[in-house]
Design a protein around this ligand. Structure first.
Ligand SMILES: Cc1ncc(C[n+]2csc(CCOP(=O)(O)OP(=O)(O)O)c2C)c(N)n1
Length: 618
């Protein structure tokens, strides 16, 4: 629920940047909003989906999301497509042509860059896409600007007939700040007018668009010189002036209260003349930009002497202490003392939840570790790479486990196939980009066993629905993809497709061993829901019977956070051999009674809280 949903125009309220973007899109009269989840952008679409009078959807991936938005914009309505930075790589094939086509209804691409890498596999600077795709780039610094700039972005999009990029960063998306909301503008009526020369981008038509795009670039450059989105915040100490964009402006103001700052709300195309005029009023010009030196390089190419990445870091956020350390020496001031190291806390690596069905898969894989290569993928299950399982060999990008596994298989000669190749992939990831890879595996006769971990949700990003869990964006019933049928249709022989309850550890183990012993492609679908969604059933918790526990430690090897070591002991066996015994304790406050650990306890020392309920144990 977003606080802005029912707020009347003129109300000021505390909104995250994502909520503000959603409200701004609604006020702008957006008719269609699309996305694929990804931190830090996920909540934009979740919030938009609550507003009346528009269609919002999470698509199966960012490319489809972009194409849906393009279809709506071609029909003359305003459309917004949001995603995290890596989503742009997926969506690029669609928008790199649509930018040439030029839009009809306003099309705004909101991209959230994870500067500082709090929750991503890489750090990318999405402002490059503006340069690459000839699209203007707007950069809000806080929630109020985010709200206003989305609306402005639609105006620019329709005025110049171009898709517009709104680049936010994690700090803008997730920080809450005051924003005043406005009225909703009535959405346009959809009307697709056939214009084959424009909408059908075959070479003959596309060629004709190139000069138009070049002319648009020129118009946008002129617009950049005059737009009120870019402002100068004056200061009395003119020894150094800053050129910046996004939330860095606030860190600069905090660090250098008297310095003049030119803040580029509209950061591409660059208003070179405006910056030159600003440069003439200050002693030295420093470009403070997150993350790549785009503005800096363009200014250097235009002959403007600037400092930038020679003193500032190329990655991570430009927070006040970072700026102070880099810039104060230019003013003859000592660099400030490095911020105090954070207090040493007991290390707590991220881990899977109690009863997470992925635990079963990784427990099984850890026991087969010497016999398999495991291509991994992106989701909660990437945690399988960590302690205690160490059961992933690779993680590249969403869906990559399929192709990487196939590549590992094809790279080897028959005599080198001493290990089986496995791929692990989540349900949302399989739908996003995994199934194409599986098709390649079956088409080329790859020797790959795929573990498709269907937990009925997009767990990693907070539990979004998808086409295989039978629910739509708002949780209403929706058509449901049948994974067993889908993978069979993609070419996996039906007898090599198994659906297994992962809590039944012996069955999972047996099925996996059987499949990796047989050449050719196979798929094992595990079908227990994520413990954080409604479909998950809780049972009475288990506890350990201290008297019965033999200290074998097998339940601890599962890696369930509900199970911990209660004590260790060295015992001497009858044959005189010393053995280390590990006794376990179950935290009944977080145990969900899934019974996975009961499967591995040979001494029957794991029992339900109430003895009468023991029969319920799986
Ligand atoms: C191109 C791209 N889009 C989005 C993301 C964000 N993201 C990371 S994992 C993931 C989905 C994971 O869901 P699933 O495959 O069902 O696995 P689970 O987390 O439920 O185990 C998403 C959306 C990303 N990393 N890359």
């Amino acid at each position: 629920m977003t606080a802005a949903l029912n707020a009347p125009a003129g109300t000021s309220l505390l909104l995250s940047g994502n909520e503000a973007i959603a409200r701004g899109a609604w006020e702008a009269g957006v008719k269609v909003a699309t996305s694929y989840p990804g931190t830090p952008a996920t909540e934009i679409l979740e919030a938009i989906g609550l507003y009346p009078g528009l269609h919002a959807q999470f698509s199966v991936n960012e490319k489809v999301a972009m194409e849906v938005a393009i279809g709506a914009a071609m029909s003359g309505v305003r459309a917004l497509c949001s995603m995290k930075h890596v989503g742009m790589n997926v969506a690029a094939d669609a928008f790199m042509t649509y930018t040439l086509t030029g839009t009809k209804g306003g099309l705004v691409i909101v991209v959230a860059d994870d500067v500082g890498l709090s929750s991503s596999q890489n750090e990318q600077d999405s402002r490059y896409w503006g340069r690459f795709g000839h699209m203007p780039v707007l950069e809000p610094a806080d929630s109020q600007e985010a709200l206003a700039m989305v609306k402005e972005a639609f105006e620019i999009s329709e005025r110049f007939l171009t898709p517009v990029i709104l680049r936010a960063t994690t700090r803008v998306c997730h920080v809450k700040a005051m924003a005043t909301v406005g009225e909703r503008q009535a959405p346009a009526k959809a009307e697709f007018v056939p214009e084959p020369q424009r909408w059908v981008m075959v070479p003959g038509n596309a060629k004709n668009r190139l000069p138009l795009m070049a002319a648009r670039d020129k118009d946008l450059r002129a617009f950049a010189e005059e737009t009120a989105l870019t402002v100068v915040d004056e200061g009395n100490d003119r020894r150094i002036g800053f050129v910046t964009s996004g939330p860095v402006a606030m860190s600069l103001r905090e660090t250098f209260p008297e310095a003049p700052i030119l803040k580029l709300g509209f950061s591409h195309p660059l208003p070179v003349e405006r910056i030159k005029a600003f440069a003439a009023t200050v002693g030295a010009l420093v470009v403070a930009e997150e993350t790549e030196p785009l503005i800096e390089n363009e200014l250097k190419a235009a002959g403007v002497p600037v400092r930038g990445k020679d003193i500032l870091p190329l990655f991570g956020e430009l927070l006040p202490h970072v700026l102070a350390a880099a810039v104060r020496p230019l003013l003859g001031l000592p660099a400030p003392a490095a911020p105090a190291a954070p207090a040493k806390l007991f290390p707590r690596p991220p881990t899977l939840c109690p009863a997470c069905p992925h635990l079963a898969v990784y427990h099984t894989l850890a026991r087969l570790r010497k016999k398999v290569l495991i291509a991994g993928d992106i989701g909660c299950y990437t945690l399988g790479a960590g302690h205690p399982w160490g059961a992933l060999d690779t993680c590249v990008s969403m869906g990559a486990s399929m192709g990487v596994a196939l590549g590992m298989d094809k790279a080897r000669d028959a005599e080198d196939r001493d290990k089986a190749v496995l791929a692990v992939i989540g349900d949302s990831t399989f739908l996003h980009m995994g199934m194409q890879g599986l098709m390649d595996i079956t088409y080329t006769g790859g020797n790959v066993t795929v573990l498709l971990m269907d937990n009925s949700t997009t767990g990693m990003t907070g539990g979004q629905n998808h086409p295989a869990n039978g629910r739509d964006l708002l949780g209403n019933p929706a058509p449901k993809v049948d994974f067993a049928k889908l993978v069979t249709a993609l070419g996996v022989p039906p007898e090599r497709v198994h659906t297994v309850d992962p809590y039944q550890l012996p069955v999972l183990d047996r099925t996996l061993r059987q499949e990796i012993a047989t050449p050719g492609p196979s798929v094992i679908i595990t079908n227990r829901p994520c413990t954080l969604i409604d479909a998950f059933e809780r049972h009475k918790p288990f506890h350990t019977d201290e008297d019965a526990c033999t200290g074998c430690g097998k339940c601890i090897d599962i890696g369930c956070p509900a199970i911990s070591v209660s004590r260790r002991e060295t015992a001497v066996r009858k044959n005189g051999k010393e053995v280390e015994l590990t006794f376990a304790r179950i935290d009944t406050a977080i145990c969900t009674g899934c019974g996975m650990c009961v499967n591995v306890c040979a001494s029957e020392a794991i029992v339900r809280d109430e003895p009468a309920a023991k029969e319920e144990a799986r």
